[in-house]
Write a protein that binds this ligand. Structure first.
Ligand SMILES: [Zn+2]
Length: 241
């Protein structure tokens, strides 16, 4: 059986039967990889003796096998980066978990995006410091949306494609895929209003800290629309819960 190796980050961990877990990883060269780790909870397997934490990075070794609903098998995991700092503060941890949630939802197996992997590692490193998590998470939202081909249009009307002043682009429609001008807005059903300063900031691709919460919630809205459900952790990132 061929062994595959990759540099990966743990996105998700679910119990499976009594002693096993199903883990979702983002591999730099493999994209999302879902694997079964047999016997992991018994702790008897040397390869997993220290357990596997969410949001840690490591060297992943796995096989593609039939059975287990098409899941491959995790054969080895060696942690290389623990991002310990992000586990010390609740908002930083929520921000990391939010990134894991939206990445797991919007990426597919067998569709690698190395730049997304690099963006995730950069985010987790930033979240391990004292920096305000919101601006870093916004940067990651943009990297993810770009990687999966869903980056909204911010420099023209997404409905009529006309370039216009940012002050005429005061609505956002996830279905249309970007900002919508005041001529098109009445005929667009799914939309939300944004403030003029945010429209300007998005058009210029430069979101100041003062607008970070509004920008985050707009991008989270676009991401939730793409996922087909509201993000579970988004409200925790902006501190609404
Ligand atoms: Zn328009």
């Amino acid at each position: 059986m061929a062994l595959h190796k990759d540099d990966a980050v743990v996105l998700r961990r679910l119990d499976y039967a009594e002693t096993s877990q199903v883990l979702a990883f983002l591999g730099r060269g493999s994209g999302q990889v879902r694997l079964i780790a047999k016997g992991i909870k018994r702790g008897t397997k040397k390869a997993f003796a220290t357990g596997i934490d969410l949001l840690e990075r490591g060297h992943l070794v796995f096989t593609h096998t039939e059975g287990h609903g098409g899941l491959g098998t995790l054969t080895e995991w060696k942690q290389t980066e623990a991002f310990l700092g992000l586990r010390a503060k609740l908002r930083h941890l929520y921000a990391g978990q939010y990134a894991a949630e939206i990445t797991a939802q919007l990426t597919e197996e067998g569709d690698p995006h190395p730049e997304l992997f690099d963006g995730l590692v950069t985010l987790l490193r930033t979240l391990s410091t004292d920096t305000d998590p919101l601006v870093a998470v916004i940067r990651f939202q943009l990297v993810l949306l770009t990687a999966v081909g869903l980056l909204p249009m911010f420099d023209a009307c997404a409905a009529c494609q006309r370039t216009t002043s940012a002050r005429a682009l005061l609505h956002f429609s996830a279905e249309q895929g970007g900002l919508v001008c005041h001529d098109c807005e009445p005929s667009v059903v799914e939309k939300r209003r944004i403030t003029a300063p945010l429209a300007v900031a998005l058009t210029q691709r430069n979101v100041p800290t003062a607008l970070a919460a509004e920008a985050f919630s707009l991008l989270d809205y676009a991401i939730s629309y793409a996922m087909g459900r509201p993000s579970r952790l988004g409200p925790y990132v902006v501190g609404q819960l």
